[in-house]
Design a protein around this ligand. Structure first.
Ligand code: SF4
Ligand code: SF4
Length: 467
């Protein structure tokens, strides 16, 4: 098929939701319907179920996911990470970034349209409640324009009340992922007076979520989201995006009864524009900054194509290159291969780090201000401070042993008990025969045991007389 003219790029000079005076243009998208919208609904039900179940799912007594930035404790898939695991977290973060880049290079903004919590909550929860209370886009517009009367007061109050309630639920959910469900339960059951900070956070986040979903809406994707802003550098002409096949659709023209059609397949019905939640016209070109690849325009256009007896897919998932050249979209490009290689290396490094990670981490330092003591048998004693971090969810009574020298270790005071997810601190003497020392400053290696299991080792200095 001979390719026809691609639309101009003038639309890229401004965003669709801001007018010439810099004022917000409120988007009233028509209620979407269609096969892809149904699939998106099922995916969102599944993801919402997982999101709400997440805080209650525990692995070895630890939550599935907890990102407690306040106490600097992070649990990912039931594995507890401390700031001491910073290195692993950096590699995990890099792996995630490369995965996101790779995914975006290949599949564009599929994440935004199908998985992103912002889209799911806005399009599948808040927007549907809005349709249920205020009606479809034309009724919403009319309601906003009418003066305040009983109908408007009732509808707007009902919507605000339901939106606030859901925002409060989301705020609880969000906090459950930060402080854990057990702490959240305490905030709820023990009352606000005993948990002023927690309760204050709940209310503050409720306000933020309400504002985002009731007012700020698509501006999150258009202005704030860093992932959205980076699309331009990650996508290329081979990336799969929601695209309008201008070769087939142009020149567009209204359908006129009884007249032989000389134009392209686009009948300029504007249905694709009316359903767009970010207020753009996909026919302006693929990879528009505001397009979250939600597929609503695909469904709308497919509906029209069926009605006028044309093949579906005038708007479809396709790469810009495929639209331009008519060639089939291909997954294997040199860019994808490069990112895949880097991802494979990072994943190998991450797996190795996780598999070789100790259950505990010990820091042993000689007690400041102390030299060494000589015993009656001529042995040398050094005093040490020990601090051990537990990366598991069970208590561990600890014993210490010298690994590379013969000698004894005596803990001062009570037995060292390492609490679950906690820290144990103690003081101990190490005693070594003078003849076993290599000089005034010998290296020694100490093993930390839980029963017979060596859980971590650490090296430190041992002071002695000059031999
Ligand atoms: S819905 Fe399809 S036919 Fe209608 S204006 Fe959009 S692209 Fe053209
Ligand atoms: S252009 Fe289509 S895919 Fe993109 S945001 Fe609008 S409706 Fe969704």
């Amino acid at each position: 098929m001979a390719l026809k003219t691609k639309p101009t790029d003038e639309f890229r000079d401004h965003i669709s939701t801001v007018d010439d005076q810099g004022k917000r243009i409120w988007v009233y998208p028509r209620k979407p319907k269609g096969k892809l919208y149904d699939y998106r609904k099922y995916v969102s039900y599944l993801l919402l179920a997982l999101l709400f179940a997440g805080p209650f799912i525990k692995i070895n007594g630890l939550p599935l996911l907890m990102l407690n930035v306040v106490e600097r404790k992070f649990v990912i898939f039931g594995v507890l990470f401390w700031p001491q695991d910073f290195f692993i977290l950096v590699v995990a973060f890099l792996t995630l970034v490369v995965f996101i880049i790779l995914f975006t290079v290949v599949y564009g903004r599929i994440f935004c349209g199908w998985v992103c919590p912002q889209t799911i909550f806005l399009e599948m929860v808040f927007r549907r409640i809005e349709y249920a209370i205020e009606g479809d886009y034309n009724k919403q517009r009319a309601l906003d324009r009418m003066p305040w009367n009983t109908e408007k007061i009732l509808k707007k109050s009902a919507k605000t009340a339901v939106f606030l309630l859901i925002s409060f639920v989301i705020s609880n959910l969000f906090l459950a992922y930060v402080i854990g469900i057990d702490e959240l339960q305490k905030v709820i059951t023990e009352g606000p007076l005993n948990h002023m900070v927690g309760f204050g956070a709940l209310l503050a986040f409720t306000g933020v979520f309400y504002w985002v979903f009731a007012s700020f809406r698509e501006q999150v994707c258009t202005i704030v989201c860093p992932y959205g802003r980076l699309q331009g550098v990650m996508q290329d002409k081979k990336t799969l995006v929601v695209a309008y096949d201008y070769g087939r659709g142009e020149p567009r023209g209204k359908l006129r009864k009884g007249q032989e059609r000389t134009e392209g397949d686009c009948i300029d019905c504007n249905q694709c524009v009316q359903v767009c939640p970010t207020g753009i016209d996909i026919r302006n070109g693929a990879q528009q900054l505001e397009c979250i690849n939600c597929t609503a325009c695909i469904d709308a256009c497919n509906d029209i194509m069926r009605m006028i007896d044309k093949p579906e897919g005038l708007i479809r998932y396709e790469s810009e290159e495929a639209i331009e050249t008519g060639k089939k979209w291909t997954f294997f490009t040199s860019r994808v291969m490069g990112y895949t290689a880097v991802l494979a290396i990072l994943m190998t490094a991450l797996t190795t780090l996780l598999l070789t990670r100790d259950e505990a981490e010990a820091t042993i330092l000689r007690t400041p201000g102390q030299l060494y003591q000589k015993t009656e048998q001529g042995h040398i004693k050094n005093l040490y401070n020990i601090s051990v971090i537990n990366k598991t969810n069970h208590d561990m009574p600890l014993t210490l042993k010298l690994l590379d020298k013969s000698g004894t270790i005596k803990v001062i005071g009570n037995e060292l008990i390492l609490p679950a997810q906690g820290i144990a601190e103690g003081v101990f003497f190490t005693e070594i025969a003078n003849e076993d020392l290599t000089g005034m400053n010998s290296e020694i290696e100490i093993g930390v045991y839980h029963g017979d299991e060596l859980i971590t080792t650490t090296e430190t200095k041992f002071l002695g007389p000059a031999n």
